[in-house]
Design a protein around this ligand. Structure first.
Ligand code: BG6
Length: 477
């Protein structure tokens, strides 16, 4: 995490002139490293991750801001030494004592680390500056554990100091959904049950779990992807317009939306929820092993690597419009998109064609890859005969704006600026876990999930979930 995302993002922020010259970063961990060894480690990360690695001079000037201190996470004395080191570095770099703690640690350590930070006075900044803490997901593992964790964290940090990070919210294309919806006049009038037939939200990955078996065996796809990324996409797509782009106005609307989601009934789960686990199969011509064959995975594991949910939103805007959410590993391709499928026109005047012969309009918001959007419209094919065809009006981010910055850059900057708009508030965490907990419990006792072949779009049950209402996944087409 630090190597892949944090160091490169800090580097880009600094190169872009977004970090003050006085900043410094103090890395901690159980390994015993000198500052020099840590800097080499950061340098390696920059070299391997950045598309255009820095020149030696650029790298050296950046790395001079990095320090390291060994920390045994349970040892209170270690935190006191950390506090003293911070004081010292703050003097040396003439910072104002503003401190951003980034907890890139196993979630099982959150409580201990937060408690020890508090005991060492690190929930406050130095010299009257602020202190904030960035916490990665998963925040808890179900409704009750998340509540307990929140209670513990609040003993040390106030809610306005806590930045629960969801990197999907830092993606340019995700933020663009808000701009599309609320900075254009023509989407809002049709963004409701009168014009929208159904909505699909897909976050498909072609990769497996890699070396993360320890984490993934405990998590599964609902905890890993739905409780955070997919539910955030759902909220951004379906929430009401906030009155301003400010943290609590936006987050109030998201929580309101989750409150309107119809609870999944554990005893009627089959009609709204599907799970699966990848078996062997071909991805891009290469035979991949099954989940159960992944190193570190128990041969009897019942962890799901795929899920699809049919979400109903009980409010005036969305009553009767299904939102189909799905995510999985080792699927046919990497694809994150939101498909807003509009209704058919009520009557077609172009006899003998019938309204059902036409494709209904469809808006695809492509989050990744090939970020952009596409709207299908019916047109007349040139020629004397009346012949209609569907064309796409496409916008590609990269074409127009070039490459987008890494999500973490924006999120870091916002945390430094004290803007929580793109971070998850505790009530939202609570609501999202409350919705998913009955499903997690039910699946926890349900034995092995159905298998799907790697390189496909998941188990056939996921297709049936939509077919029941005459719908089909669009699968990037
Ligand atoms: C992470 C999950 O939050 O998101 C991973 O833990 C997943 O399992 C990743 O691979 C996907 O992120 P992105 O940005 O590649 O879509």
């Amino acid at each position: 995490m630090a190597e892949r995302k944090l160091f490169p993002s800090l580097f880009n922020l600094r190169s872009g002139g977004f970090l003050p010259p006085e900043f410094f970063a103090l890395g901690t961990g159980r390994t015993d490293l000198t500052d020099e060894a840590f800097r080499l480690h950061v340098a390696e990360a920059l070299k391997s991750i950045l598309k255009s690695p820095p020149s030696p001079a650029e790298a050296a000037s950046f790395l001079a801001h990095f320090y390291y201190q060994r920390l045994d996470y349970g040892d209170p004395e270690g935190y006191r030494r950390l506090a003293a080191r911070l004081d010292d570095l703050e003097t040396r770099h003439r910072t104002r004592g503003n401190r951003l703690h980034y907890l890139s640690i196993p979630p099982s350590l959150y409580e201990t680390v937060v408690e020890r930070l508090g005991a060492a006075g690190l929930s406050r900044g130095g010299r009257g500056g602020w202190a904030r803490v960035i916490v990665e997901k998963p925040f808890g593992r179900d409704a009750s554990s998340a509540r307990v964790l929140s209670g513990k964290v609040w003993k040390v940090f106030n809610e306005d100091q806590i930045y629960r990070i969801d990197h999907y919210l830092g993606k340019e294309t995700v933020q663009n959904i808000l701009v599309l919806r609320f900075a254009n006049i023509f989407f809002e009038p049709v963004w409701n049950r009168n014009y929208v037939d159904h909505v699909e939200i897909t976050v498909a990955e072609d990769i497996g779990i890699g070396h993360r078996a320890g984490y993934y065996e405990e998590a599964g796809v609902l905890r890993d992807m739905f409780q955070n990324h997919l539910f955030q996409l759902l909220c951004i797509t379906a929430m009401e317009a906030p009155s301003g782009f400010e943290a609590d106005r936006v987050r109030d609307e998201k929580s309101k939306l989750l409150r309107a989601v119809r609870p999944f009934e554990a005893d009627r789960l089959e009609s709204v929820a599907v799970r699966g686990q990848y078996g062997r199969g071909d991805v891009a011509g290469v035979l991949q092993r099954a989940y159960l064959e992944e190193p570190g995975v128990s041969a009897r594991s019942t962890t799901e690597t795929f899920a699809a949910l049919k979400v109903s939103i009980d409010n005036w805007r969305w009553e009767g419009v299904p939102f189909y959410l799905r995510s999985g590993k080792r699927l046919a391709q990497r694809l994150t998109e939101i498909v807003v499928q509009f209704k058919r026109i009520p009557h077609l005047m172009f006899h003998p064609l019938r309204a059902e012969d036409l494709s209904a309009n469809r808006l695809v918001l492509r989050i990744q890859p090939e970020e952009g959007l596409s709207l299908t419209v019916e047109t007349k094919r040139p020629g004397p005969a009346l012949s209609l065809g569907t064309v796409g009006m496409d916008f590609s981010y990269e074409h127009v704006f070039g490459e987008s910055p890494e999500a973490y850059e924006r999120l870091f900057l916002d945390a430094m600026a004290g803007d929580q708009t793109l971070f998850t508030r505790s009530d939202w965490v609570d609501l999202s876990w409350s919705l998913l907990t009955p499903v997690l419990e039910r699946w926890g006792d349900a034995g092995p999930p159905p298998l799907y072949a790697s390189g496909t779009w998941g188990p056939p049950e996921a297709d049936r979930l939509l077919a029941a209402q005459g719908h089909r996944w669009s699968n990037g087409k």
